[in-house]
Design a protein around this ligand. Structure first.
Ligand SMILES: Nc1ncnc2c1ncn2[C@@H]1O[C@H](COP(=O)(O)OP(=O)(O)O)[C@@H](O)[C@H]1O
Ligand SMILES: [Mg+2]
Length: 280
């Protein structure tokens, strides 16, 4: 009988290697990561999509890999799940804000190419479903957006170093291949200086540009810990605070309020205007 180590090595060497399948987007865009899951990446991606759309820029959105996806109501139980049997609520919100139809299954394949059901890290969700992330679907999605948008927003999953498969290929590895500048979504809570520093330092260690921070779910009542976080974050990270988004009961998995788009529009305009004509 093979040792555990030998069988793991064999298993890993037979797993699809995203490094060989994926390549740089080669278009203007941004990769949206965050200091943690649930920090507001989808909310910020959707608001940014709304902002770029307002500027009449053809914006594409891609939730590269999603876990925690509910099953389509028309798919039966007991069968092996496939990506298209699942729905991605994150992608549906971003699609709507980008002016794309979340009911259109064909477009959703390129907006949310890789989907898993369990609400856990993608590599664990993949193991539960006994299937690997299908990197060819992501490669097809990127190819589609290369041809069909002027600016691409890619939302990560979880935080920066979340593993995506058994090879322990991470969101950071994915962002490095796609080669887009990143936005770090963070918060103004006690502990944010440490969480944000860890994320920003790790992004820069890979020679990926940090476009800036967005502070989300900022309490309306700014006590000393909230205010000092907002003051300190851009200085300590040497990067601008692109927007401060408040805690807002109107935000939901299907809605982003207008004032969030307003808050991000100046950044979107500036970023687009600063791109050289050869980049566009
Ligand atoms: N500014 C906000 N005010 C209130 N609720 C928010 C805000 N931003 C996000 N949420 C809620 O928090 C949850 C996580 O946000 P989401 O954008 O999905 O995070 P992520 O994509 O990083 O996991 C969602 O239920 C969302 O509606
Ligand atoms: Mg999300």
């Amino acid at each position: 009988m093979k040792s555990d180590k030998a069988s793991l090595i064999q298993e890993l060497s037979s797993a699809p290697n995203p490094q060989k399948i994926l390549s740089a987007v080669g278009k203007p865009g941004l990769f949206i990561t965050g200091t943690n899951t649930d920090i507001g990446k989808t909310t910020v991606t959707a608001a940014l999509a709304g902002a770029f759309r307002r500027l009449n820029i053809r914006v594409g959105v891609c939730k590269a890999i999603a876990s925690g996806c509910p099953k389509r109501p028309d798919r039966g139980d007991g069968e092996q799940l496939r990506d298209d049997d699942l729905l991605s609520p994150d992608a549906a919100l971003a699609a709507t804000m980008a002016g794309l139809d979340p009911e259109n299954e064909q477009i959703m394949k390129v907006i949310s190419p890789i989907r898993f059901a369990a609400p856990v890290s993608p590599h664990v969700a993949a193991q539960i479903e006994s299937r690997e992330p299908d990197w060819n679907r992501l490669a097809t999605a990127i190819q589609y957006w290369r041809e069909h948008c002027d600016f691409l927003l890619v939302e990560g999953a979880g935080g920066w170093l979340v593993p995506l498969n058994r090879r322990l290929f991470t969101i950071a590895d994915l962002a490095q291949i796609l080669a887009l500048p990143t936005i770090v979504v963070t918060g103004a809570y006690l502990g944010t200086l440490n969480h944000t520093s860890l994320t920003v330092e790790s992004i820069r260690a890979r020679n990926i540009a940090v476009a800036g921070l967005v502070a989300n779910r900022v309490p309306i009542e700014r006590d000393i810990s909230v205010q000092s976080s907002l003051d300190e974050l851009p200085h300590l990270m040497h990067t601008p605070m692109l927007a401060v988004l408040p805690e807002d009961s109107q935000v939901s998995s299907v809605h982003v309020p207008e004032n969030f788009i307003n808050a991000l529009e100046p950044f979107a305009r500036r970023w687009w205007n600063n791109l050289s004509s050869s980049e566009k």
